[in-house]
Design a protein around this ligand. Structure first.
Ligand SMILES: C[S@@+](CC[C@H](N)C(=O)[O-])C[C@H]1O[C@@H](n2cnc3c(N)ncnc32)[C@H](O)[C@@H]1O
Length: 249
Protein backbone atom coordinates (compact mmCIF):
# COMPACT_ATOMS: atom_id res chain seq x y z
CA UNK A 1 0.00 0.00 0.00
CA UNK A 2 1.25 3.51 -0.78
CA UNK A 3 2.21 5.62 2.22
CA UNK A 4 0.97 9.20 1.82
CA UNK A 5 1.27 12.24 4.06
CA UNK A 6 -1.21 15.02 4.63
CA UNK A 7 -1.13 18.05 6.88
CA UNK A 8 -4.43 18.96 8.45
CA UNK A 9 -5.95 21.41 10.91
CA UNK A 10 -5.50 20.91 14.67
CA UNK A 11 -7.68 18.17 16.14
CA UNK A 12 -9.37 17.25 12.86
CA UNK A 13 -7.66 13.84 12.83
CA UNK A 14 -6.21 13.78 16.33
CA UNK A 15 -9.90 13.66 17.33
CA UNK A 16 -10.02 9.97 16.42
CA UNK A 17 -7.27 9.09 18.92
CA UNK A 18 -7.64 12.03 21.36
CA UNK A 19 -9.20 9.97 24.14
CA UNK A 20 -6.37 7.45 23.85
CA UNK A 21 -3.69 10.17 23.89
CA UNK A 22 -5.37 11.83 26.90
CA UNK A 23 -6.11 8.63 28.80
CA UNK A 24 -3.96 9.87 31.71
CA UNK A 25 -6.38 12.76 32.35
CA UNK A 26 -8.69 12.20 35.29
CA UNK A 27 -11.91 13.88 34.13
CA UNK A 28 -13.83 12.51 37.12
CA UNK A 29 -11.49 14.38 39.42
CA UNK A 30 -11.60 17.48 37.20
CA UNK A 31 -15.41 17.49 37.24
CA UNK A 32 -15.38 17.19 41.07
CA UNK A 33 -12.86 20.01 41.25
CA UNK A 34 -15.02 22.27 39.06
CA UNK A 35 -18.02 21.38 41.14
CA UNK A 36 -16.09 22.32 44.30
CA UNK A 37 -15.13 25.69 42.78
CA UNK A 38 -18.77 26.39 41.96
CA UNK A 39 -19.81 25.48 45.52
CA UNK A 40 -16.98 27.60 46.96
CA UNK A 41 -18.28 30.59 45.01
CA UNK A 42 -21.89 29.80 45.94
CA UNK A 43 -23.01 29.13 42.41
CA UNK A 44 -25.72 26.50 42.04
CA UNK A 45 -26.02 26.32 38.29
CA UNK A 46 -29.06 25.11 36.48
CA UNK A 47 -27.20 24.99 33.22
CA UNK A 48 -23.46 24.53 32.60
CA UNK A 49 -21.76 25.04 29.26
CA UNK A 50 -18.44 23.31 28.63
CA UNK A 51 -16.73 25.47 26.01
CA UNK A 52 -13.96 23.94 23.88
CA UNK A 53 -15.36 20.66 25.20
CA UNK A 54 -13.32 18.52 22.81
CA UNK A 55 -14.54 14.94 22.79
CA UNK A 56 -16.96 15.68 25.62
CA UNK A 57 -15.28 13.73 28.46
CA UNK A 58 -15.73 16.49 31.04
CA UNK A 59 -19.28 17.26 29.89
CA UNK A 60 -20.14 13.58 30.29
CA UNK A 61 -18.71 13.52 33.83
CA UNK A 62 -20.63 16.67 34.72
CA UNK A 63 -23.81 15.08 33.38
CA UNK A 64 -23.13 12.07 35.65
CA UNK A 65 -22.80 14.53 38.53
CA UNK A 66 -26.33 15.72 37.73
CA UNK A 67 -25.54 18.99 36.02
CA UNK A 68 -27.65 20.10 33.10
CA UNK A 69 -24.75 20.36 30.69
CA UNK A 70 -24.12 21.54 27.13
CA UNK A 71 -20.91 21.37 25.15
CA UNK A 72 -19.43 23.49 22.36
CA UNK A 73 -16.22 23.25 20.38
CA UNK A 74 -14.69 24.82 17.29
CA UNK A 75 -13.62 21.51 15.77
CA UNK A 76 -16.37 19.56 14.02
CA UNK A 77 -14.50 16.26 14.26
CA UNK A 78 -13.96 16.56 18.03
CA UNK A 79 -17.67 17.25 18.41
CA UNK A 80 -18.56 14.21 16.30
CA UNK A 81 -16.67 12.04 18.80
CA UNK A 82 -18.40 13.79 21.72
CA UNK A 83 -21.84 13.32 20.14
CA UNK A 84 -21.21 9.63 19.51
CA UNK A 85 -19.96 9.04 23.09
CA UNK A 86 -23.03 10.74 24.58
CA UNK A 87 -25.35 8.88 22.18
CA UNK A 88 -23.93 5.49 23.20
CA UNK A 89 -24.45 6.39 26.86
CA UNK A 90 -27.92 7.77 26.10
CA UNK A 91 -27.00 11.06 27.75
CA UNK A 92 -29.03 13.90 26.20
CA UNK A 93 -26.17 16.42 26.06
CA UNK A 94 -26.55 19.02 23.29
CA UNK A 95 -23.30 19.84 21.50
CA UNK A 96 -22.77 22.98 19.43
CA UNK A 97 -20.17 23.84 16.81
CA UNK A 98 -18.89 27.24 17.95
CA UNK A 99 -15.69 29.24 17.89
CA UNK A 100 -14.68 30.82 21.21
CA UNK A 101 -14.71 34.12 19.35
CA UNK A 102 -18.31 33.80 18.23
CA UNK A 103 -20.78 32.17 20.61
CA UNK A 104 -23.73 33.32 18.61
CA UNK A 105 -27.15 32.16 19.87
CA UNK A 106 -25.94 29.74 22.55
CA UNK A 107 -28.50 29.52 25.34
CA UNK A 108 -27.82 31.55 28.52
CA UNK A 109 -25.99 29.55 31.19
CA UNK A 110 -25.25 29.92 34.91
CA UNK A 111 -21.74 28.56 34.60
CA UNK A 112 -19.46 28.43 31.58
CA UNK A 113 -16.24 26.39 31.64
CA UNK A 114 -13.27 26.48 29.31
CA UNK A 115 -10.62 24.03 30.50
CA UNK A 116 -7.51 22.07 29.69
CA UNK A 117 -5.54 24.90 28.13
CA UNK A 118 -8.15 25.58 25.48
CA UNK A 119 -7.95 29.36 25.97
CA UNK A 120 -4.19 29.14 25.25
CA UNK A 121 -5.15 28.46 21.62
CA UNK A 122 -6.12 32.12 21.38
CA UNK A 123 -2.86 33.62 20.21
CA UNK A 124 -3.27 37.26 21.28
CA UNK A 125 -4.57 39.18 24.32
CA UNK A 126 -7.11 40.82 21.98
CA UNK A 127 -8.58 37.42 21.10
CA UNK A 128 -8.82 36.44 24.76
CA UNK A 129 -10.54 39.76 25.49
CA UNK A 130 -12.99 39.05 22.68
CA UNK A 131 -13.72 35.55 23.97
CA UNK A 132 -14.32 36.96 27.46
CA UNK A 133 -16.85 39.42 26.02
CA UNK A 134 -18.57 36.61 24.13
CA UNK A 135 -18.81 34.45 27.26
CA UNK A 136 -20.02 37.42 29.30
CA UNK A 137 -22.92 37.80 26.88
CA UNK A 138 -24.20 34.28 27.55
CA UNK A 139 -23.59 34.00 31.31
CA UNK A 140 -26.61 34.76 33.48
CA UNK A 141 -26.29 37.52 36.13
CA UNK A 142 -24.37 36.17 39.18
CA UNK A 143 -23.14 33.31 37.02
CA UNK A 144 -19.49 32.41 36.57
CA UNK A 145 -16.90 31.62 33.95
CA UNK A 146 -14.29 29.07 35.08
CA UNK A 147 -11.27 29.10 32.80
CA UNK A 148 -7.84 27.60 33.14
CA UNK A 149 -4.49 28.40 31.56
CA UNK A 150 -1.36 26.40 30.98
CA UNK A 151 1.56 28.24 32.60
CA UNK A 152 5.10 28.84 31.47
CA UNK A 153 6.31 26.54 34.25
CA UNK A 154 4.19 23.73 32.73
CA UNK A 155 5.52 24.37 29.21
CA UNK A 156 9.13 24.45 30.39
CA UNK A 157 8.74 21.31 32.47
CA UNK A 158 6.75 19.09 30.12
CA UNK A 159 6.94 20.54 26.62
CA UNK A 160 10.58 21.57 26.19
CA UNK A 161 11.89 19.61 23.27
CA UNK A 162 10.12 16.42 24.25
CA UNK A 163 9.76 13.58 21.79
CA UNK A 164 7.43 10.70 22.46
CA UNK A 165 5.76 7.92 20.52
CA UNK A 166 3.00 5.49 21.23
CA UNK A 167 0.62 3.19 19.42
CA UNK A 168 -2.90 1.92 19.86
CA UNK A 169 -5.44 -0.08 17.95
CA UNK A 170 -4.72 0.58 14.25
CA UNK A 171 -2.58 3.68 14.70
CA UNK A 172 0.74 4.92 16.00
CA UNK A 173 1.90 8.46 16.54
CA UNK A 174 4.98 10.53 17.23
CA UNK A 175 4.76 13.80 19.08
CA UNK A 176 7.35 16.54 19.24
CA UNK A 177 6.70 19.29 21.77
CA UNK A 178 8.75 22.42 22.15
CA UNK A 179 8.49 25.86 23.62
CA UNK A 180 9.80 28.91 21.79
CA UNK A 181 9.28 32.63 22.36
CA UNK A 182 6.18 32.19 24.48
CA UNK A 183 4.55 29.65 22.17
CA UNK A 184 4.16 25.97 22.95
CA UNK A 185 4.21 23.75 19.86
CA UNK A 186 2.93 20.18 19.67
CA UNK A 187 3.59 18.46 16.37
CA UNK A 188 1.87 15.15 15.78
CA UNK A 189 2.61 12.60 13.05
CA UNK A 190 -0.18 10.04 13.19
CA UNK A 191 0.05 6.86 11.15
CA UNK A 192 -3.24 5.13 10.41
CA UNK A 193 -2.48 1.51 9.58
CA UNK A 194 -5.60 0.69 7.53
CA UNK A 195 -4.90 3.39 4.92
CA UNK A 196 -1.15 3.68 5.56
CA UNK A 197 -1.75 7.39 5.81
CA UNK A 198 0.48 9.71 7.85
CA UNK A 199 -1.32 12.82 9.06
CA UNK A 200 0.50 15.82 10.46
CA UNK A 201 -1.02 18.31 12.86
CA UNK A 202 0.75 21.31 14.34
CA UNK A 203 -0.80 22.80 17.47
CA UNK A 204 0.28 26.20 18.75
CA UNK A 205 -0.63 27.63 22.12
CA UNK A 206 0.43 31.01 23.46
CA UNK A 207 1.66 30.84 27.02
CA UNK A 208 0.72 34.02 28.87
CA UNK A 209 2.38 35.16 32.08
CA UNK A 210 0.11 35.37 35.10
CA UNK A 211 0.59 39.13 35.04
CA UNK A 212 -0.59 39.42 31.43
CA UNK A 213 -3.62 37.21 32.01
CA UNK A 214 -4.57 39.14 35.12
CA UNK A 215 -4.32 42.42 33.18
CA UNK A 216 -6.62 41.00 30.47
CA UNK A 217 -9.07 39.75 33.10
CA UNK A 218 -9.01 43.11 34.90
CA UNK A 219 -10.13 44.85 31.72
CA UNK A 220 -12.87 42.32 31.03
CA UNK A 221 -16.49 42.81 32.09
CA UNK A 222 -16.07 39.99 34.64
CA UNK A 223 -14.91 40.32 38.22
CA UNK A 224 -12.15 37.87 39.09
CA UNK A 225 -13.25 36.25 42.34
CA UNK A 226 -10.77 33.40 42.54
CA UNK A 227 -7.43 32.24 41.13
CA UNK A 228 -6.18 28.82 42.15
CA UNK A 229 -2.90 27.05 41.48
CA UNK A 230 -3.17 23.54 40.02
CA UNK A 231 -6.16 21.65 41.37
CA UNK A 232 -5.95 23.20 44.81
CA UNK A 233 -7.35 26.22 46.56
CA UNK A 234 -4.17 28.23 47.19
CA UNK A 235 -3.31 31.25 45.05
CA UNK A 236 -1.17 30.46 42.01
CA UNK A 237 2.59 30.95 41.99
CA UNK A 238 5.09 31.03 39.14
CA UNK A 239 5.56 27.29 39.76
CA UNK A 240 1.91 26.34 39.28
CA UNK A 241 1.40 24.00 36.31
CA UNK A 242 -2.02 25.35 35.63
CA UNK A 243 -4.22 28.09 37.03
CA UNK A 244 -8.00 28.01 37.34
CA UNK A 245 -9.70 31.40 37.39
CA UNK A 246 -13.24 31.96 38.59
CA UNK A 247 -14.81 35.04 37.01
CA UNK A 248 -18.13 36.38 38.18
CA UNK A 249 -20.69 38.32 36.16
C1 LIG B 1 -6.65 20.52 24.69
S1 LIG B 1 -8.21 20.36 23.92
C2 LIG B 1 -9.23 20.34 25.36
C3 LIG B 1 -10.55 19.71 25.11
C4 LIG B 1 -11.40 19.47 26.35
N1 LIG B 1 -11.67 20.71 27.05
C5 LIG B 1 -10.75 18.46 27.28
O1 LIG B 1 -10.63 18.76 28.46
O2 LIG B 1 -10.39 17.37 26.82
C6 LIG B 1 -8.49 21.96 23.24
C7 LIG B 1 -9.85 22.11 22.57
O3 LIG B 1 -10.02 23.48 22.26
C8 LIG B 1 -10.69 23.57 21.03
N2 LIG B 1 -10.43 24.90 20.48
C9 LIG B 1 -9.24 25.47 20.22
N3 LIG B 1 -9.41 26.72 19.74
C10 LIG B 1 -10.75 26.93 19.70
C11 LIG B 1 -11.56 28.03 19.30
N4 LIG B 1 -11.03 29.17 18.85
N5 LIG B 1 -12.89 27.90 19.40
C12 LIG B 1 -13.47 26.76 19.87
N6 LIG B 1 -12.74 25.69 20.25
C13 LIG B 1 -11.41 25.77 20.17
C14 LIG B 1 -10.11 22.46 20.20
O4 LIG B 1 -10.93 22.12 19.10
C15 LIG B 1 -9.98 21.36 21.25
O5 LIG B 1 -11.12 20.55 21.28
Amino acid sequence: MQNFETETTPYSRLSTIYDYVMRHVDYVHWAHYVSSLLARHKVKPNRVLDLACGTGSLAIELYRQKFDVLGADGCREMLDVAIEKARKLRYPIPFYHRNLLDLDDLPPCDAVLCLYDSINYLMSPEKIARALNEVHRIVNPNGVFVVDICTESNSRQYFCNMESEDSGDGFSYRRHSYYEKGVQYNKFDIHFEDTDEVVKEVHQQRIYSLETIEEILDKSPFEMVGAYGGFGYAPPTEFSDRVHFVLKK
